[in-house]
Design a binder for this molecule. Sequence first.
Ligand SMILES: [Zn+2]
Length: 219
Amino acid sequence: MIKELLFHAKLCLDCHEEWTKSKGLCKDCLEKIEYIYGRNRILSDVDCVFPFYYGGEIKNLLIRYKFRNESYLYRVFTELLYAYIKDYRENWDEIITVPYTDKKAAKRGYEPVTIIGKELSRKLKIDFSLSSRKSRETEDQHFLNAEERIENVKDAFYCNPKVKGKRILLLDDIMTSGATLRELSETLLKAGAKTVDCLVIASEKREEKGYWIRHEEEI
Ligand SMILES: [Zn+2]
């Protein structure tokens, strides 16, 4: 315990046993994580890319980060996403994260995706923007079916007109139906964004009619 307190910054953020210098994870824990090159088409001109499926070690880490108050894990996700997209940074002017409802943010005490978005923007040297807001409270998508999810987020966002002409990287944590990313991407494009590309940490493997067209290829 004392070792952990004194040297926490250098201990692996996952197992807290092994030492690590850079990525926040030790070699053994990194080996448990398998990158894929996933891509879901969510609109005719908007794709969502993702480095992981939602399962295994990534799922464990996301649950710990989002629901067990292990907020320091933002470093792990930032490093993993950074390694995944750093060679493509020229494609974007701004990073925007999917906004939380005030109710949800207040309940948790922190906004997991916003923290990662800000840190990722610092590392990539791309502006972070709070240009998007919820225009009304929405229900947690988790408990809704596909049709209800679409209805739940319909017209739920508004964007600052400053997005006009910008190439946006829209970040979220997990993609399930894609309804939220689709709705927000449409809102951003209607507000004049030049392009929107979505990035999530992990995508559900589930594929249902009308959800998305999946094909995996290099981003
Ligand atoms: Zn480890």
